[in-house]
Design a binder for this molecule. Structure first.
Ligand code: B12
Ligand code: SF4
Length: 547
C-alpha cells in the first residue's frame, strides 16, 4: 500500500444516513423551504479542517445525496463517524468500503462510546479529533495500515481549526452548525456529554468564532447558524463577552446571520444575557427540561432545574424575542403515577410548541448506564444495532429493566404524545407563542431568500391551512396572531410548518410503541427482562457480525 501521507491523498468524508422518522429529521419542512436535510455535518467538516490541507477532500452526506461506488473508488481513504442512530449505516459503510478495497477511518461519539462495535474499521480515531487525528496521521506517515487512537487529554479549544465549510452546498441545509463550547459544568446522571467532553467547559476564543463567522460570510452563506453547544450559557461571563463581539461584527455586516442554540433554564434569570442574545438575533433556544417532577430531577442530579418554573422562564424568553423548545424524558425510576398528566399540563402551560418527548435511554458510557449495569438492569442489545430497528430515543428507549411496569411507562408515553401533538393542543401553544413573543429580527433576508420565504409561507398555508386535521386550527391561529401581535406571525407560521412533520412522526412513534405494548401483552415482564438482560455484549456483537 502506498504511503497515503506522501501521495496526493483523495479523502472522502461520508455522513451516513439518519433515521427518516427521527424528531429531528423534519423532511417536510426541508421540502417546503427547498432544502434537503436540516443540519450540516459539523463533525466531519471539523475533521476535514484537522487533516492535512494538501489532501483533496470530498464530502458526501447520504442524507442529501446517494453515496455512489464512484465516490468510494475515487478515494484513497474514507472517513466517517457519528452518533448512535447512525451505527447501522456506519457499519454498512465499513463493509462497502472494504469490498471496494478502501481504507476506512471511523471516529465520533458512538465509536468513541462503543469502539468494540467498529473494530472492523481500519483506523479507529476516537475522542476529540484535535488530539487523536495527529496521532493517527503520524502512524499513517510511518506506513501503518490500522490502529486505534484514544486519549484522556482534552483538546485546547483555543487552538481550534476552522471547519471546512467550503465542502458543503449551503442550500442543501436549513442550518449550519458552529461550536463555541465543549463540556458542561452540570452532572445529569443520564448525560453522555460530560463523559465525552468533561465537566469543565472549554471555549473557543472570541476571535476564533469571528473567524468562523467570517469564513461563512466570505463563502456567501447567509441565514441560520446553530450554536451546537450543549449549554451555550455554561459560563455566562464568557458568553456575554462573545455576544458583544458577535453583535459588533454583525452590525458592521448588516446582520448576515441569525442564531439558535441550547441553554439551561437559568437563562431566564439573566436579563443582560437575554438582551445580548436578542441583539445578536437569537431566535430559538432548546431547553433541557426533562421532567416536571422535582423529586425526579433531584434524583437524576438535574438539580439546576429543581424549583425553576418553566412557564415563567419561557414567557420571559419570549419577551426577548426567542422561542423555547424543550426536551422531556419519560421512564425515570422515581416518576409518579401522575407523570403523564403532569407532563401534559407542564407542556401546555409553558406554551412550548416543539416538545421533544423521549423515553429514557441509557446512552453508552454514562453514569446511568454504569449504575444499571451494577444493578443487573441493563439491556446491552439496544445500544447496538440488531435486526432492522432504528436506535432512537423514541423507539428504542427504556433499554433497561424498569422499576415501574414497562407497559405503564409506554402507555404514559403514548398518552403524552397523543395529547401534546393533538392539533388543538399544539396550535394552542403556537398561538400562545405568537401572541407573547416580542422579536426584533435583525437579519433581513436577501430578495431571493425573501422570495423563497414567501413561497414557503404559501406552501405552509396550503399544507397546514387546507388539511382536514389542522385547517381550522391553522387559520384560527393565523388570524389571532396577525391581528393581535403581527410581529409574532413569522415564529407562529414556522411552528405550524414543524407540525406537518410532527404529526407524521408522532403517528409513527405511537404505532411503534403500541406494537411494543401489544408484544408485552404476550410475555410476562419478568420473562421479557430475563431475555433482554441475558443478551450479553458478546452475543449481540456476534449477531451483528462485528467479531
Ligand atoms: C448538535 C447536536 C445535534 C443536532 C445536529 C446533529 C447534526 N446532524 O449535526 C441535533 C439536534 C439534530 C441532534 C440530534 C440528536 N442527537 Co445530537 N448532538 C449534538 C451535539 C450537541 C453537538 C454535535 C456537534 O456538532 N459537535 C461539534 C463537532 C465538531 O463535534 P463532533 O461531531 O463530536 O466531532 C468531533 C469528534 O467527535 C471527532 N469526530 C467526529 N466524527 C469523526 C470522524 C472521524 C473519521 C474522525 C477521525 C473523528 C471524528 O472529531 C470532531 C472534532 O473533535 C452533540 C453533543 C456534543 N457536544 O458534541 C450531541 C450528540 C452528538 N447527540 C447525541 C444524540 C444521542 C442525538 C439524538 C439521537 C438524540 C438527542 N440527543 O436528541 C438525536 C439524533 C439525530 C437524528 N438526526 O436522528 C449524542 C450522541 C451519543 C452517541 N453515543 O452517539 C450526543 C453526543 C450528545 C447527546 N446526548 O445529545 N444532535
Ligand atoms: S445540563 Fe445538559 S449537557 Fe449538562 S450535564 Fe445536564 S444534560 Fe448534560
Amino acid at each position: 500500500m502506498r504511503t497515503l501521507q506522501r501521495a496526493v491523498t483523495n479523502c472522502l468524508l461520508v455522513q451516513t444516513k439518519f433515521s427518516a422518522f427521527s424528531f429531528w429529521n423534519y423532511q417536510d419542512v426541508c421540502d417546503i423551504v427547498g432544502a434537503k436535510y436540516p443540519a450540516a455535518p459539523l463533525g466531519l467538516l471539523t475533521v476535514a479542517g484537522l487533516l492535512p490541507q494538501n489532501w483533496t477532500f470530498r464530502l458526501v452526506d447520504e442524507n442529501v445525496e446517494p453515496l455512489l461506488d464512484n465516490h468510494l473508488l475515487w478515494a484513497d481513504i474514507v472517513c466517517t463517524g457519528g452518533m448512535l442512530p447512525q451505527q447501522k449505516s456506519i457499519l454498512e459503510l465499513i463493509g462497502r468500503a472494504h469490498d471496494l478495497g478502501k481504507i476506512i477511518v471511523v471516529g465520533g461519539p458512538d465509536p468513541t462510546s462503543q469502539p468494540a462495535l467498529y473494530e472492523k474499521a481500519d483506523f479507529l480515531v476516537l475522542g476529540e479529533g484535535e488530539i487523536t487525528i495527529p496521532m493517527f496521521l503520524k502512524d499513517l506517515q510511518e506506513g501503518a495500515t490500522s490502529g486505534t487512537y484514544v486519549s484522556e487529554e482534552r483538546a485546547n479549544m483555543l487552538e481550534s481549526v476552522i471547519p471546512r465549510y467550503d465542502l458543503i452546498r449551503f442550500r442543501n441545509y436549513i442550518m449550519i452548525g458552529m461550536q463555541f463550547i465543549r463540556g458542561c459544568p452540570f452532572n445529569c446522571e443520564f448525560c453522555d456529554v460530560i463523559e465525552l467532553f468533561g465537566r469543565t467547559p472549554r471555549f473557543k476564543s472570541n476571535l476564533q468564532i469571528l473567524k468562523e463567522l467570517q469564513t461563512l460570510y466570505d463563502l456567501g452563506y447567509r441565514g441560520h447558524i446553530d450554536m451546537v453547544d450543549d449549554n451555550f450559557i455554561g459560563n455566562k461571563k464568557k458568553v456575554k463577552e462573545l455576544l458583544r463581539e458577535i453583535k459588533a461584527w454583525s452590525v458592521e455586516r448588516k446582520f448576515p446571520f441569525f442564531f439558535t442554540t441550547e441553554a439551561s433554564v437559568n437563562l431566564a434569570e439573566d436579563d443582560e444575557l437575554l438582551q445580548l442574545m436578542k441583539e445578536c438575533d437569537f431566535r430559538y433556544v432548546f431547553l433541557g427540561i426533562e421532567t416536571p417532577e422535582n423529586e425526579t430531577l433531584a434524583l437524576n442530579n438535574k438539580t439546576q432545574n429543581v424549583n425553576r418554573p418553566v412557564t415563567e422562564a419561557v414567557r420571559k424568553i419570549l419577551s426577548y424575542g426567542m422561542v423555547s423548545n424543550g426536551g422531556y424524558i419519560i421512564g425515570f425510576d422515581s416518576e409518579s403515577s401522575r407523570i403523564a398528566g403532569n407532563m401534559i399540563t407542564s407542556i401546555q402551560e409553558s406554551g412550548i410548541a416543539m416538545a421533544m418527548i423521549g423515553l429514557l435511554y441509557a446512552l453508552p458510557n454514562t453514569q446511568l448506564t454504569r449504575r444499571l449495569e451494577d444493578e443487573g438492569r441493563l439491556f446491552y442489545a439496544t445500544s447496538q444495532w440488531v435486526n432492522d430497528t432504528d436506535i432512537d430515543q423514541m423507539t428504542s428507549g427504556l433499554n433497561f429493566v424498569t422499576l415501574i411496569p414497562r407497559t405503564e411507562i409506554l402507555n404514559n408515553f403514548i398518552s403524552v404524545l397523543d395529547a401534546v401533538y393533538d392539533p388543538v393542543h399544539y396550535y394552542r401553544r403556537v398561538t400562545y407563542t405568537g401572541l407573547k413573543i416580542r422579536p426584533k429580527y435583525r437579519h433581513k433576508p436577501t430578495f431571493s431568500t425573501w422570495l423563497i420565504y414567501m413561497r414557503s409561507f404559501l406552501r405552509v398555508c396550503r399544507e397546514a391551512g387546507f388539511s382536514r386535521a389542522t385547517g381550522l386550527q391553522y387559520w384560527k391561529m393565523f388570524f389571532t396572531v396577525i391581528l393581535r401581535n403581527p410581529m409574532g406571525i413569522e415564529a407562529a407560521v414556522n411552528l405550524a410548518a414543524m407540525f406537518i412533520h410532527f404529526q407524521k412522526q408522532k403517528a409513527y412513534i405511537v404505532a411503534a410503541t403500541n406494537r411494543s405494548v401489544t408484544a408485552m401483552a404476550n410475555i410476562s415482564e419478568q420473562e421479557f427482562n430475563k431475555r433482554m438482560t441475558e443478551c450479553t455484549p458478546a452475543a449481540v456483537a456476534a449477531r451483528v457480525g462485528v467479531n
